[in-house]
Design a protein around this ligand. Structure first.
Ligand SMILES: *[C@@H]1O[C@H](CO)[C@@H](O)[C@H](O)[C@H]1NC(C)=O
Ligand SMILES: *[C@@H]1O[C@H](CO)[C@@H](O)[C@H](O)[C@H]1NC(C)=O
Ligand SMILES: *[C@@H]1O[C@H](CO)[C@@H](O)[C@H](O)[C@H]1NC(C)=O
Ligand SMILES: *[C@@H]1O[C@H](CO)[C@@H](O)[C@H](O)[C@H]1NC(C)=O
Ligand SMILES: *[C@@H]1O[C@H](CO)[C@@H](O)[C@H](O)[C@H]1NC(C)=O
Length: 219
C-alpha cells in the first residue's frame, strides 16, 4: 500500500473518530440508570475521566490529582450519603471533602429521576467551610464496575466517569473508552475541552490508592 493511501486512511480514521454523534447515537449513549439499579451506586469510586461546562472548573481540572466518591445507604434505607474527596496538586492539605445527603427515590419510575441534595457540607483541609450551593445528580447507565453521572450545581455541570475502587489501577486509558465519554459529553451539550484523566496512581485524601498500602483495609 502506498504511503499516500495509508495517510488518507489515517486521515479518515481521525475524521471518523471525531465526528459529532448523531441523534440516534446520542439516544443510545444517554440512557439513564433504571431506578431498580440504584443499589449499584452504593460503593467506593475513583474518578477516571471528567469534563465541565464552566471555564473556572475546566481550568481547575488539571490540578486535580484524585477524586474519590463514596455512596453509602444509611440504616434507615431512605437516605444515602455521598462523600466526595478531592486532592489537588498531590497536596494532602489541599483536600476538599463534600458531605452530601440524598433521599432514596420512593417512586419506581422506569429510569432514575434527577436526585437533589438534601444538604451539603464542605470541609477544606478538615476545616468546615461555608457552602450554600445546590447539588443534583443524574446517573447514567454504564459498564458493570463503572459509574457515570452528571453533577449539577447552580453554576456548573460536570460529567464524571468513575471506576470502582479496586479496579481503578487497571482502568482503560484507551482512546476507545474516552471516545465514548467524549461523545456522551457532546450529546449532553458540554463544550469540547481537554478532560481530566486519572493517572492511575495518585493517592486519595483519606487513603492510599494502592490496596496493599491500606493494611487495615477500612473504607
Ligand atoms: C448515526 O451514526 C451511526 C454511527 O456512525 C451510524 O451507524 C448511523 O447510521 C447514523 N444514523 C443516522 C440516522 O444518521
Ligand atoms: C493549579 O495549580 C497551579 C500550581 O499550584 C496554580 O498556579 C494554579 O493557580 C492552579 N489553577 C487553578 C485554576 O486553581
Ligand atoms: C433496610 O433494608 C435491609 C435490607 O433490605 C433490611 O434488612 C433492614 O431491616 C432495612 N432497615 C430498615 C430500617 O428498614
Ligand atoms: C498545600 O495546600 C495548602 C492548602 O491549600 C497550601 O496552603 C500549601 O501551600 C500547599 N502546599 C504546597 C507545597 O503547595
Ligand atoms: C451563597 O453565598 C454567597 C456568598 O456568601 C452569595 O453571594 C450567594 O448569593 C449565595 N447563594 C445562594 C444560592 O444562596
Amino acid at each position: 500500500m502506498s504511503a499516500e493511501k495509508i495517510s488518507v486512511l489515517l486521515l479518515l480514521a481521525v475524521i471518523g473518530s471525531h465526528a459529532a454523534p448523531n441523534a440516534s447515537e446520542c439516544d443510545g449513549l444517554t440512557k439513564r440508570l433504571p431506578t431498580k439499579d440504584l443499589n449499584k451506586i452504593f460503593s467506593n469510586w475513583v474518578l477516571v475521566w471528567g469534563v465541565s461546562d464552566r471555564e473556572e472548573a475546566i481550568d481547575m481540572l488539571p490540578n486535580v490529582s484524585s477524586s474519590h466518591v463514596e455512596f453509602k445507604l444509611l440504616p434507615d434505607n431512605k437516605t444515602f450519603s455521598y462523600i466526595e474527596r478531592n486532592m489537588f496538586n498531590h497536596n494532602l492539605s489541599s483536600c476538599t471533602t463534600y458531605f452530601i445527603h440524598m433521599t432514596v427515590p420512593s417512586n419506581i419510575e422506569t429510569e432514575l429521576q434527577t436526585l437533589h441534595a438534601d444538604n451539603i457540607r464542605l470541609e477544606k483541609g478538615r476545616q468546615p467551610v461555608e457552602y450554600n450551593d445546590t447539588g443534583a445528580v443524574d446517573f447514567y447507565e454504564s459498564c458493570s464496575d463503572c459509574l457515570l453521572l452528571v453533577y449539577k450545581s447552580s453554576r456548573f455541570r460536570y460529567l464524571l466517569s468513575y471506576k470502582e475502587e479496586g479496579s481503578h489501577r487497571d482502568v482503560e486509558q484507551h482512546k476507545a473508552a474516552h471516545d465514548d465519554h467524549r461523545k456522551l459529553a457532546e450529546c449532553l451539550g458540554f463544550p469540547k475541552k481537554k478532560p481530566y484523566v486519572y493517572d492511575r496512581v495518585a493517592d486519595f485524601c483519606h487513603k492510599k490508592s494502592a490496596p496493599e498500602a491500606n493494611p487495615d483495609n477500612q473504607s
